[in-house]
Design a protein around this ligand. Structure first.
Ligand code: FAD
Ligand code: MLT
Ligand code: ZN
Length: 471
């Protein structure tokens, strides 16, 4: 392997080839500290040509490559295995914004750009880059596209796939595919861009992208409302969809149990709503017209919701800092869970028409079969996307509880998801965590087609092997 490392130094400056344990360590464990691997080296290329040359060398020596962005993914996709024979290819040095095209309303950028930096850069030019998620201070555009990330603005603007118009990708052969075109229509055969988006580094390495921009809204109103049942929360969503149409930009749900965990670890984050409602919903309206227009619309819809009994309490944020506090409360649930210790995540989508039934039935089954568990259920209700996470009963050792119960708990939830015609991965992807789950729930024909694609695009199986599908 020393020979391979020597060869690498012909295509990449040695200071960007990390082989010492202390240098590699920060790249080996994922954000949740759930997966740790070993790596022959961590490589930090600075441009697509360097990525291509690295891939060619790896292909010649049969060395597997694990592409990596901010390493915030929840499914262990960017963590190497334990063999110590894989290389990590981290894109962080490729962080240039190539162009903001105002007339075309697009931004062209490299894969290693941090999401928050992109939002800020767009805002300075009067544009909104709508992709937004709790990890935005560290996740990268390449990782967002490779996982087809969702977040809190999907309801109005779509997920990473919907925001992407073109890609630059290094293939498993080390060729550079230049699909960096900001076109909203292009029917020239198969959609290669869509193939690479959401492929989690298993089909190609994304090095750059063209993404859509939108005009920056001038007014935003955020409110927290209390609902007694999930059915009322869904009816409320439908009411907002009907009355506010495209002005509705956020609709997030948090159960009381989720917020209790939040308050336990972040006592400053108390729910301003009265009497600990079973379901707290965060709603955001955005507009390009005057502040008054949106505020009036919001008040009218809330009045209607009160009158029809859909909500029992509401607080409208009176200023930006209060609106931010509402959003922080929502976003801190993930952090509270991390503080609490190991938990079992389920990132699922259910058709909204079946969601009420799913929650009632699954809660009841879960509490009967696993007494004392805490159901930390929250998420992007507007997209039918629940983070139906399970924390062990108070007083139990999370590690021991999860060792015994992880498999049956996943099976219970996924059987319910299947019954409701949902998906076992809404926005976090598959990685290594859900490899078996995908095999079991994708359906045989779809799973075989995925393997056919993987074999065709990466016949040597060097791009992120044993993630998403095993061939
Ligand atoms: P990484 O974790 O580094 O990689 C993820 C996958 O993409 C891996 O399989 C990796 O091999 C592959 N990959 C990375 N870069 C490339 C590339 N350039 N080319 C090819 N493959 C590549 N996710 C959501 O969807 N919605 C949320 O609301 C959300 N909230 C979160 C909140 C917190 C606090 C945290 C920690 C995470 C959250 N996530 C969320 C998950 C995570 O942030 C996203 O999956 C994000 O898109 C991952 O980006 P990354 O750069 O960290 O990718
Ligand atoms: C979020 O929406 O906050 C994350 O995707 C959820 C999670 O931690 O499961
Ligand atoms: Zn989420």
């Amino acid at each position: 392997m020393q020979n391979f490392i020597n060869q690498l130094s012909t295509v990449l400056e040695t200071k960007y080839i990390l082989t010492q344990d202390e240098d590699k360590a920060p790249y080996l464990t994922d954000w949740r500290k759930r997966f740790t691997g070993k790596a022959l080296a961590v490589l930090l290329p600075g441009n697509a040509a360097e990525v291509a040359n690295i891939v060619k060398l790896c292909a010649a020596s049969q060395v597997a490559i694990v592409p990596q962005g901010g390493h915030t993914g929840f499914c262990g996709g960017a963590t190497p295995d334990n063999s110590g024979k894989q290389v990590i290819l981290n894109l962080k040095r490729m962080n240039q914004i190539r162009e903001i095209d105002s007339a075309n309303q697009t931004i062209t950028l490299e894969a290693g750009c941090i999401l928050q930096a992109v939002q800020e850069k767009a805002a300075v030019q009067g544009f909104l880059f709508p992709l937004s998620l709790g990890a935005e201070g560290s996740c990268m555009i390449g990782g967002n596209l490779a996982t087809n990330a969702g977040g809190t603005n999907v309801l109005r603007y779509g997920n990473a796939r919907d925001l992407c118009l073109g890609l630059e990708v290094v293939t498993a052969k080390g060729e550079i595919w230049n699909g960096v075109k900001g076109l909203r229509k292009d029917n020239t055969g198969y959609d290669l861009r869509d193939l690479f988006i959401g492929s989690e580094g298993t089909l190609g390495i994304i090095t750059a992208a063209v993404m859509k921009l939108y005009p920056l809204p001038i007014s935003q109103w955020t409110t927290l409302v209390a609902c007694e049942t999930i059915a009322f929360s869904i009816a409320l969503l439908n009411l907002f969809q009907k009355r506010a149409t495209s002005l509705l930009t956020g609709f997030e749900m948090m159960t009381q149990e989720s917020l209790e965990l939040n308050e336990k670890h972040f006592p400053q984050m108390t729910n301003p709503l009265q009497g600990k409602p079973p379901f707290t919903v965060l709603i955001e309206l955005s507009d390009h017209e005057s502040e008054d227009h949106v505020r009036q619309l919001l008040e009218t819809i809330l009045e209607e919701a009160f009158e029809s009994g859909l909500i029992i309490d509401a607080v409208i944020a009176s200023n930006l800092s209060q609106a931010n506090a509402f959003w922080h409360m929502r976003e801190h649930i993930t952090l509270a869970q991390a503080e609490e210790g190991a938990n079992l995540k389920h990132d699922i989508t259910i058709p909204l028409s079946s969601l009420d039934c799913f929650i009632k039935e699954t809660d009841a089954l879960m509490r009967t079969k696993f007494p004392g568990v805490r159901i930390i259920n929250f998420g992007h209700l507007g997209d039918g996307n629940l983070h139906y996470n399970i924390a062990p009963p108070l007083g139990t050792d999370p590690k021991i509880f999860n060792e015994i119960n992880e498999k049956p708990i996943h099976e219970l939830v996924y059987a319910q998801v299947e019954r409701c015609n949902g998906s076992i991965s809404a926005e976090h992807g598959v990685g290594q965590l859900k490899l078996d789950g995908l095999r079991a729930h994708k359906g045989e024909v779809a799973h075989e087609l995925m393997k056919t694609l993987k074999r065709a695009l990466d016949p040597q199986n060097i791009l992120n092997p044993h993630k998403v599908v095993s061939i």
